[in-house]
Design a protein around this ligand. Sequence first.
Ligand code: C2E
Ligand code: MG
Ligand code: MG
Ligand code: MG
Length: 291
Amino acid sequence: HAKRQKGNAYCRFSQTLAERAGDRFALERALRRALAHEQFRLHYQPKVDLRSGRIVGTEALIRWQDEAGTWHPPDSFIPVAEESGLIVAIGEWVLREACRQQVAWQQAGLPVVPVAVNVSPLQFHHPHFFETVRTVLESNGLAPQTLELELTEATILVDHAHVAKIMTQLRELGVALSIDDFGTGYSNLSYMKRFPVDAFKIDRSFVRDLPDDADDAAIAQAIVALGRSMGVTVIAEGVETMAQAHFLRGIGCEQGQGYQFSRPVDPDRYAELLALPALVPLLAPNGHTTS
Ligand code: C2E
Ligand code: MG
Ligand code: MG
Ligand code: MG
């Protein structure tokens, strides 16, 4: 009896595994089709100066709508794209599209702010990464100063020498570099010091429970202090309330990004936001409008 149960359990288990493997390969095939049939889109989320409420940058975030019209969030397909190596081609598409869009906004006479592109570990470590970035900028006639790359700690905490070389090349070209989801990786701070970085993005898990959570408040303050001592801009992700925005501004965090200011939006809507003088008329806690 026990043996039969075990057999059944094994069957269930292997079936699940087979299903999962099938899903994974089906997803991989669907992603290849998505690339070939131009099913990806970029949405844009503003980065806001916490004192003035002005847009000081934007982040491109990938979206995928399949043949059936279903929208898939990046967390549902970026990991498989990374495991299968498809992220290299998808990431190159993202880079090209963000640069093309940046040129279009500039030609439309909109204020020029840097556009940030997320770069996955495999993509960054690909031998042609730097050349790809350089070529895409050049072929679009785009100033490197208007491009920013968001890297994660997972990307930069391996292969020191290679990472430092590529980061230095990118910086010398004029491209800005930021560390995404800051605080969630190994956060080897002395290690961080050795990389040429322009911004730390405080992960939204540390922002969510501000201002009440004392631990998160201390972490946010520590990251801001670190940024300041290193001459690195600090931006908070996932700002959903004015209370969070006020707290962050109070501790000296320069920029914020989050639903309080805007969700990621399509390029047309983003162009409308960019034309506004400020996203939120930021009110100081004492009720005075600040500028
Ligand atoms: P990320 O780079 O840390 O991007 C921030 C994510 O937080 C985005 O989710 C954004 O929509 C979401 N977000 C922004 N403000 C708020 C807020 O106030 N509250 C909450 N709850 N969420 C907020 P999204 O667009 O689903 O992207 C998820 C992740 O997928 C990104 O995290 C990034 O790691 C990855 N990703 C997105 N686009 C690309 C891409 O083009 N290439 C690569 N390699 N990864 C990408
Ligand atoms: Mg990002
Ligand atoms: Mg992030
Ligand atoms: Mg994140």
